[in-house]
Ligand binder design. Structure first.
Ligand code: BTN
Length: 244
């Protein structure tokens, strides 16, 4: 297999507002190669999902954004998301860490979030022509003040360097990228194999009300299917909250 990303261009910045914003802007001005990566030790305005702030201490996490040009149909946008979450889980498994994906794409170790993904796509003629994939992994962040968060150093004796972790993630992204194009059904299956609480009862909160439901699956639109009293309900991201 030809390597796509490494040694592909890696732009390292000691500090930046957000690697995602930087890569979005750069890719609008320059025709960047697929596989270009922006990496930084410090973000002043790290972006999380749904307008949240992504915090990290200087040099203690992996903060990267990666450019892919998948030219997949827009209907496969969430599948693309699944492939990235899957790749992160597989990367952590290389360290013998059994991470799972909490819908839609939080990466957890033992119910605590260790990594987050923020994908920003640009669509042309119903195709994803550019995807900016932002990944943040807590390596040795002091996350005691952040509820339900963890860092890799809580599980490893030897703390991985940012470069080592980046290499492993790129390797997994690369091999799953091929799989995504050849066998999207398998990618979907593997995402579900790593899905937090699949087939299990989970407590949720919706508009302040608590309910228990069985996690059934995540459909092509990225909606969570929850079984409740023999019926399947569909939820969009942000509509319900996991009570962990
Ligand atoms: C989330 O779980 O809310 C998504 C977090 C994504 C954080 C990463 S860090 C690198 C990249 N640049 C950003 O501004 N955000 C993503």
């Amino acid at each position: 297999m030809n390597r796509l990303f490494i040694p592909q261009k890696i732009i390292e910045l000691s500090s930046v507002e957000s690697t995602n914003n930087y890569l979005v802007d750069l890719s609008q001005n320059i025709d960047l190669d697929e596989g270009t990566i922006i990496m930084t030790n410090h973000q002043t305005k790290g972006k999380g999902q749904r307008e949240n702030y992504w915090a990290s201490e200087y040099g203690k996490s992996l903060c990267i954004s990666m450019l892919l040009k998948p030219y997949l149909n827009v209907s496969q946008q969430f599948l693309f998301n699944k492939f990235i979450s899957l790749s992160l889980c597989q990367a952590l498994l290389e360290y013998n860490i059994p991470a799972v994906i909490k819908w839609p794409n939080d990466i957890l170790i033992n119910t605590k979030k260790v990594a987050g993904i923020l994908i920003e796509n640009s669509i042309q003629s119903y195709e994803i022509e550019k995807s900016i994939i932002g990944i943040g992994v807590n390596i040795s962040n002091n996350i005691k003040h952040i509820p339900n968060a963890t860092s890799l150093n809580n599980y490893l004796n030897v703390i991985p360097s940012q470069y080592e972790l980046l290499n492993i993630i790129c390797f997994k992204v690369e091999s799953n990228y091929e799989l995504l194009k050849k066998n999207p059904i398998l990618v979907n299956k593997l995402y579900h194999n790593n899905l937090f609480k699949l087939g299990e009862v989970q407590k949720f909160s919706k508009n302040g009300e608590l309910f228990d439901g069985i996690i059934n699956s995540v459909n092509d639109n990225g909606q969570l299917l929850v079984e409740l009293n023999g019926r399947l309900d569909l939820y969009n991201n942000g509509e319900i909250k996991f009570m962990i």
